[in-house]
Ligand binder design. Structure first.
Ligand SMILES: [Zn+2]
Length: 496
């Protein structure tokens, strides 16, 4: 056995020498093969990039803390249980998302207190402050990899103010509630990446006391369905990308009207608490939805969704209508003195401008409100009323040069407090009339259709739209845009 003891080290030495020679031969070859590829041209592997903390804002100039950085949401599965007498809402929402960078921590927008969060079924650390829910996953999530985030939460939405001295946007009704507002409502009933830039699909399930109805966006998957003693659930689904502020829920005693139309299933809901006069005026107006969509699709191109309708809650404290996707919600106040078709035209025009094509940042709000207001003028023009040019001229005269109205340039209103300023609507519509006069009807309407169809389901900015008009018309519209959209003063003459 000793001989093998001597032969072993000699063999080992030989093997090492052979290995060294091989390495010496192969290394230069490898180096020469890899040399032409500059190291920097290879993207770093996402799996090895050091994890970072996701930004607590998506980058909106007017609302720096709106939305979050580091991930894109693909879908929301919102499940709530709501008790009207106490206004207590209990939620379990599952978010499917994809990280855009490796994250050691990220934020969701939620104002109701969260009790537990899991990321890919593993409990995560949470901290909640100022409308942000900070989530620290058990292990970093990697860029490009899908993740599932489940959030358990509960609270009383009407007790959570909209800001210092601002009441809660959550509206209680005599027998239920309605979640409807712009730009902030999501955080009062579900966790989200709360900015129009991150659109996603939605399923919304609500468990409520038996006998109540629940209306939300898109298709009714089921309801009322049994959901434990004394309760029923309603399930809704919106499969087209939707901005977070456009997701809504209305809970109460509703009469539901439905019928098939060539645009999809029409479903409208009227609160049984409305007075007979208001209910009648509301129905007379909202039931014209299919006809008005027919009218608008003749101008803007195909209706972008597969459901349509409207909701009129018994909510005396709701002072506006909102273009909730597929199914706008209307304050009963619009119908207090008879029918109002104009508001229906406005909210339905938003289905193209605002809902299907959403703002990139809130500073682009002219693309929503200027366009929906101009749709009202077009409706008037084509149903025997004054032309849009005449309406624009009347509005121009209504505001003298020293009126504050002209201080707000609709293409860049200046801040979050101004995005829903009247000037964004009225002067915004005048700006469209000015563009129409500058490029001619054919180019103008071709631009509106191209905007709605080419960007369906996505986002766009004011600059993007102006570039499109320039492209479609072949005309320079810089002067018109500067005068009507970006100058805080009254233009020298009415538009076109
Ligand atoms: Zn509007």
């Amino acid at each position: 056995m000793r001989k093998w003891v001597l032969i072993g080290p000699v063999l080992a030495l030989l093997l090492v020498l052979v290995a060294l020679v091989l390495v010496a031969l192969v290394l230069p070859w490898r180096a020469s093969r890899s040399a032409p590829v500059p190291a920097l041209s290879r993207p770093p592997s996402p799996a090895v990039a050091p994890p970072v903390v996701g930004a607590d804002g998506i980058g909106d100039p007017y609302f720096p803390h709106a939305g979050n950085g580091g991930y894109n949401v693909t879908g929301y599965d919102i499940q709530i249980r709501y008790d009207p007498p106490t206004d207590r809402l209990e939620g379990h929402t599952t978010i499917t998302a994809q990280a855009t960078e490796s994250l050691s921590r990220f934020d969701l927008d939620l104002r109701l207190p969260a009790s537990a969060v899991t990321v890919d079924d593993r409990p995560a650390g949470i901290h909640q402050d100022g409308g942000k829910l900070e989530v620290t996953p058990a292990a970093p999530v990697h860029a490009g990899v899908p993740m599932t985030v489940r959030v358990d939460y509960a609270g009383v939405p009407s007790e959570i103010p909209g800001g210092p001295g601002v009441p809660s946007p959550w509206v209680r009704t005599p027998d239920g509630a309605v979640a409807v507002n712009e730009p902030d409502i999501a955080a009062w009933w579900y966790p989200s990446n709360d900015h129009p830039l991150d659109k996603a699909t939605f399923t919304i399930t609500a468990v409520v006391p038996a006998g109540l109805q629940v209306i939300a966006n898109g298709a009714l998957l089921g309801g009322p369905e049994p959901a434990g003693p004394g309760h029923q659930q309603w399930r809704w689904q919106e499969t087209e990308p939707m901005a977070t502020y456009l997701a809504f829920v209305a809970i109460g005693n509703y009469d539901i009207v439905r019928r098939d139309t060539r645009f999809g299933l029409y479903l409208a809901a009227y609160d049984r608490g409305l007075t007979p006069q208001v209910a009648n005026a509301a129905r007379t107006s909202v039931e014209r939805t299919p006809e008005i969509i027919e009218f608008l699709s003749g101008i803007f191109g195909p209706y972008p969704f597969r459901q349509l309708g409207g909701v009129v809650p018994d909510a005396p404290n709701l002072y506006f209508a909102l273009e909730d996707q597929t199914r706008p919600v209307y304050s009963p106040a619009f119908f207090g003195s008879g029918q109002d078709v104009t508001v229906v035209v406005h909210e339905l025009a938003h289905q193209w401008f605002g809902d299907s094509v959403s703002v990139r940042h809130w500073s682009d709000i002219w693309l929503n409100e200027g366009f929906a207001t101009y749709a009202e003028w077009l409706y008037t023009e084509r149903t025997g009323g004054p032309s849009a040019a005449q309406t624009a001229a009347q509005d121009y005269v209504r505001y003298p040069a020293n009126d504050d109205f002209w201080r707000i340039p609709p293409g860049a209103p200046g801040g979050g407090a101004e995005v829903l300023n009247n000037a964004v609507y009225q002067r915004g519509a005048m700006a469209l009339q000015a563009l129409r006069a500058a490029v001619g009807d054919q180019n103008f309407f071709a631009s509106l259709r191209a905007w709605a169809t080419e960007r369906a389901g996505r986002n766009g900015s004011v600059r993007d739209f102006l570039a499109l008009v320039k492209h479609v018309s072949g005309k320079n519209v810089d002067d018109v845009a500067r005068t009507w959209l970006f100058t805080p003063a009254r233009p020298p003459s009415p538009p076109g």
